[in-house]
Design a binder for this molecule. Structure first.
Ligand code: G3H
Ligand code: 13P
Ligand code: ZN
Length: 317
């Protein structure tokens, strides 16, 4: 059942768990999300980025809706990292129940080092507000972002800029958003920390104090398990042994301080690729892509079930 992001997150906030937001790129990933949620009796958020939409020639939402017809799981279909107003408008026209407008970064520009520069507060606020005004009239929830996630080796994003809780409050009040992504030291991709992984959990605590009713969102939350990294390395995927994610204990602490939506993409990518390549290696050479994609699908379903347990959403229908 397609529901609003608001309804999922307010329940999570009240009951102190986090709803996983899994990014999907293919039919197999959509299937894995639904079967994991059904096994776990968990609500779930399905994230689709503008680039995943483009890759699927806009077919992904239809695959989600087709699978949902056989499911009782409450889910939100969420645009992840909408780059501008028109990405959000398009998502709404395709039936998404919520959108993220990521105006913390200017996706239209690149600086001298090839990174998208961060937008300043007032520009971020104005663009986000415009999306909220549009979405409100259609009953669509909006996630905004204040602060920017860094990426040790991620040329696509801006340099990290941690969220200031005071700015977060001002941003939420000015824009009227329904959920707020904050930057507390995570980043997208597989290289999140150079030394010991540590999140700035104080920022979650302070922001929660200033915005007690605002659902807070954690991006870049994959754990990048060593075994999966090794599996991928064995098959020559381009990932270094130094890859490092967010330890699950820190995620659990972040949830206890008020994070109630957690975005995962990299862990699913790693699990899918590792399992699929292992099958290619072990198998008898069958020329049937279902043998291989099916293996990837089972691997990510397992990951999703585990995330639901870790985030406390299991059994929270
Ligand atoms: O947060 C975004 C994803 O991890 C990467 O998105 O679908 O554009 O590669 P993508
Ligand atoms: P990871 O790269 O840590 O999986 O983060 C994904 C994400 O934040 C998608 O919005
Ligand atoms: Zn993200």
């Amino acid at each position: 059942m397609l529901v609003s992001l608001n309804s999922l997150l307010h329940k999570a906030l009240e009951k102190k768990f986090a709803v996983p937001a899994f990014n999907v790129n293919s039919m197999e990933m959509v299937q894995a999300v639904f079967s994991a949620a059904e096994k776990s009796k968990s609500p779930v958020i399905i994230g689709i980025t503008p680039s995943a939409l483009e890759y699927s020639s806009d077919l992904l939402p239809s695959i989600v809706f087709a699978r949902a017809r056989f499911s009782k799981i409450p889910f939100a279909l969420h645009l992840d990292h909408g780059r501008n107003f028109s990405d959000c408008k398009k998502a709404v026209s395709l039936g998404f129940s919520s959108v993220m407008i990521d105006a913390s970064i200017n996706y239209e520009k690149k600086d001298f080092s090839g990174k998208h520069p961060a937008r300043d507060f007032s520009e971020n606020s104005a663009i986000t507000k415009k999306v909220v005004e549009f979405a409100r009239s259609k009953g669509i929830s909006v996630e905004g972002e204040i602060g920017t996630l860094g990426g040790i080796e991620d040329s696509a994003s801006a340099s990290a800029h941690l969220t200031s809780p005071e700015e977060a409050k001002q941003f939420a009040e000015e824009t009227g958003i329904d959920a707020l992504a904050i930057a507390i030291g995570t980043s997208h991709g597989a290289y999140k920390f150079k030394g010991n992984p540590s999140l700035k959990l104080e920022i979650v605590k302070q922001t929660r104090k200033l915005l007690p009713k605002m659902p807070l969102v954690l991006h870049g939350a994959s754990s990048v398990p060593k075994e999966t990294v090794e599996q991928c390395r064995k098959f020559c995927l381009n990932i270094g042994a130094e890859a490092q994610g967010v330890p699950i204990l820190q995620i659990k602490k972040a949830i206890s301080f008020g994070i109630c939506k957690i975005n995962i993409d990299t862990d699913a990518r790693l699990a899918f690729m590792g399992a699929m390549l292992q099958k290619v290696h072990d198998y008898n050479g069958a020329i049937d892509l279902r043998e291989y994609f099916g293996e990837g699908r089972s691997a990510i379903e397992k990951i999703f079930v585990q995330k639901m347990k870790d985030f406390g959403s299991t059994g929270k229908l």
